[in-house]
Design a protein around this ligand. Structure first.
Ligand SMILES: Nc1ncnc2c1ncn2[C@@H]1O[C@H](COP(=O)(O)OP(=O)(O)OP(=O)(O)O)[C@@H](O)[C@H]1O
Ligand SMILES: [Mg+2]
Length: 113
């Protein structure tokens, strides 16, 4: 099992969720509002003639735990639904997951995902 963390533009969340729910391998998600910084280290904005630096930009993090065989499909769905081609579109991180337990039934592993 793998955990897929996609950090995306907040305005893309509903498109990404709709696209994920259409795939057969969607089991659930954890959604978190975060502040982040990528390679551009934030943005410079002008306000009333003054320039100021915003170091941290609001993003949304979507965490999904999926079966190994579904990782490529889920990555592709996120890529296709979150991408505008502009800087700041986000990133996808993939982690190994040791174990999953469904508390109600005691099922573990792939059965519990
Ligand atoms: N190496 C990293 N480690 C941890 N978080 C990261 C990393 N790179 C990006 N992020 C997170 O992802 C968010 C979006 O990153 P972003 O899309 O700006 O990446 P980028 O590498 O700068 O690509 P781009 O050039 O397309 O902007 C960041 O705000 C941050 O939360
Ligand atoms: Mg960036």
């Amino acid at each position: 099992m793998k955990q897929i963390k996609a950090v995306i533009q907040p305005e893309k969340l509903s498109d990404v969720r709709d696209a994920l729910e259409k795939t057969g391998c969607y089991r659930g998600a954890m959604i978190t509002d975060i502040m982040g910084q990528g390679t551009q280290k934030g943005i410079t904005q002008a306000w009333r003639g003054e320039k100021y630096q915003m170091d941290l930009i609001p993003k949304v993090s979507i965490d999904l735990v999926v079966r190994d065989e579904d990782v490529d499909a889920v990555k592709k769905v996120i890529m296709d639904s979150a991408r505008t081609g502009e800087i700041g579109d986000g990133k996808i991180f993939v982690y190994n997951v040791e174990e999953v337990v469904r508390i109600r039934t005691g099922e573990t592993g792939d059965d519990a995902v």
